[in-house]
Write a protein that binds this ligand. Structure first.
Ligand code: COA
Length: 153
């Protein structure tokens, strides 16, 4: 099994929409992805390939001048094979010296497990984004701070 990740652009939009169950039925999500894959507001999209086939994507934006993982999706048929982990490893490598933020819904325990496994720290909660499903924020600290925070546990 081979896993690769590369930067993505407008030509990759169709592949991303096919992989994202939300985008297939939600015009707002398709519009957001179109703008993200065009690099609007500085967003950076990446595509992962499993054995040469598009298998997942991630979009990084900005959060109070820190990198923020806006969205990460693995195609349903490619899940649990390390696709999201490969995308995150690449994003973490590129932003290694910075605080990398990400958020997910309280209901998304899969994403919470993935973030805990990768050493992300809980960083607060925002209500009233999705009704009845608060947004949990996490951060991955730069390596020296991460070692300090682990030493305190
Ligand atoms: C969350 C998501 C991106 C994970 O993608 P993935 O490619 O399947 O993840 P990986 O294979 O890299 O899994 C890494 C780890 O995450 C956790 N994990 C992933 N899927 C899991 C599941 N179904 N149940 C429990 N833990 C899970 C595990 O700890 C896993 O490691 P392991 O397989 O060694 O146990 C994918 O489920 C998805 O696209 N979900 C819908 C979109 C979404 O919710 N995105 C996140 C919000 S931005």
């Amino acid at each position: 099994m081979s896993l690769t990740v590369r930067l993505a652009g407008p030509a990759d939009l169709a592949a991303a929409i096919t992989m994202d169950a939300v985008a297939t039925h939600d015009a707002h999500r398709r519009d957001w992805l179109t703008r993200a894959f065009n690099g609007e507001t500085g967003r950076v999209a990446r595509l992962a390939f499993l054995d040469g086939q598009p298998a997942g994507f991630a979009v990084v934006g900005d959060f109070f001048s820190n990198p923020f993982l806006d969205l990460i999706v693995t195609a349903p048929a490619a899940r649990r094979q390390g696709v999201a982990s490969a995308l995150m490893a690449e994003i973490e490598r590129v932003h290694a010296g910075l605080k990398l933020f990400v958020s997910t819904n309280v209901s998304n325990t899969v994403m919470q497990d993935l973030l805990a496994r990768r050493g992300y720290l809980p960083s607060g909660r925002v209500d009233n984004l999705d009704p009845g499903d608060p947004e949990l924020f996490y951060v991955r600290l730069p390596a020296p701070q991460r070692r300090l925070s682990m030493a305190k546990v």
